[in-house]
Write a protein that binds this ligand. Structure first.
Ligand SMILES: [Zn+2]
Length: 110
C-alpha cells in the first residue's frame, strides 16, 4: 500500500489517511509535499453496507467506522470530537452530517 511514488516530488514517503466516507476507505498523500496521490478502496470486509446512521426510536445507530453498532447519543457523550470531525473534516453524505449537526446543536443548547 505504501509503495507509491509522488509524481510531483518523487518522494516515496506516502501517508495513508482513513476517511470513513462511503465511497473511499482512505486516501494517500505525499508526506513531503502534500500532493494527493490516490483514493484507497474499501477492503472487502470493511465496506459499509448502506445507510450510515440507522434511525432507532429517537436515536441513531452507527453502521460504520470506529463507533459501529453504537448509538449516536452514546458517541455524543463519550467521543464528541469524533462527531466534530464527521461534520467539519470528513466527507460524509449530507443526510448523515445533517443528523450529526442537529445533535451537536442540541448539545450546545442544553
Ligand atoms: Zn511529493
Amino acid at each position: 500500500m505504501m509503495t507509491d511514488v509522488c509524481p510531483k516530488c518523487g518522494s516515496t514517503n506516502i501517508v495513508f489517511t482513513e476517511t470513513e466516507e462511503l465511497q473511499h476507505y482512505g486516501k494517500e498523500n505525499c508526506g513531503d509535499c502534500g500532493r494527493w496521490i490516490k483514493w484507497v478502496p474499501y477492503p472487502e470486509d470493511k465496506r459499509p453496507k448502506q445507510t450510515m446512521l440507522i434511525e432507532e426510536g429517537d436515536d441513531y445507530r452507527f453502521n460504520f467506522g470506529k463507533h459501529k453498532d453504537e448509538m449516536l447519543s452514546d458517541v455524543l457523550r463519550d467521543d464528541i470530537r469524533y462527531l466534530d470531525w464527521m461534520v467539519n473534516t470528513a466527507e460524509f453524505p449530507e443526510d448523515v452530517t445533517e443528523i450529526v449537526e442537529m445533535v451537536l446543536e442540541e448539545m450546545d443548547m442544553s
